[in-house]
Design a protein. Structure first.
Length: 194
């Protein structure tokens, strides 16, 4: 065996060198990358985005729905952390409903209790109840929810108005019922089993 290797040592060395050169020259296969906007700092929900709030990085592969440029009048639907990629679902707009059942609309709901509103986060589910103007008698039935387990799409920051504003995903009839109720409150709904 040794004499055979000694005899073919030079051709084997040349063959190994050629193979190494060919391997180095082969195109590197890697997943496609893309430029993606990420938050330049921690940002609260309701922030109108400017170029100073974002930076561009290259990600392989980019997340689904990732933004490569800053849309005009872009407003965050929920808080984001520094370095978090921005996607279409993170902005106020029609894409907010894409992750929910078809046929839902985004309905704004103002509740008078700003402290209660501060406890709610996007992604929570809430029951919305109409509060009667006159106090119910102790023996009277509690009000029935107008909406049950509605997903919270966004919680805009306080704007100086009284109470708190929420954006909920509801059906059109539920949106009409909410619009017709003068006084609303809500309760946090337990998570929906997956």
């Amino acid at each position: 065996m040794r004499p055979l290797l000694a005899r073919h040592r030079r051709p084997l060395a040349v063959l190994c060198a050629v193979a190494a050169v060919l391997l180095v020259r082969l195109p590197q296969t890697s997943p496609p990358g893309g430029d993606v906007l990420v938050a330049a700092r921690d940002l609260p929900g309701g922030t109108p985005l400017t170029s100073g709030d974002v930076r561009i990085i290259r990600l392989r592969p980019p997340p689904s729905g990732a933004l490569s440029g800053l849309p005009e009048s872009a407003v965050l639907a929920a808080p984001v952390r520094r370095g978090e990629p921005l996607t279409d679902l993170r902005l106020l707009g029609p894409a907010l409903l894409d992750a929910h059942a078809p046929g839902l609309v985004a309905a704004p709901v103002r509740i008078p209790d700003s402290v209660l509103g501060a406890l709610v986060r996007p992604g929570d589910r809430v029951d919305v109840l109409a509060v009667p103007e006159a106090a119910l008698p102790a023996s009277g039935p509690p009000p029935a929810p107008l909406v049950t387990a509605a997903p919270v799409l966004a919680v805009p920051p306080p704007d100086g108005s009284s109470g708190a504003l929420l954006l909920l995903a509801v059906t059109r009839p539920e949106a009409a019922a909410l619009a017709g109720a003068p006084h609303l409150t809500l309760s946090l709904h337990p998570p929906v089993p997956s």
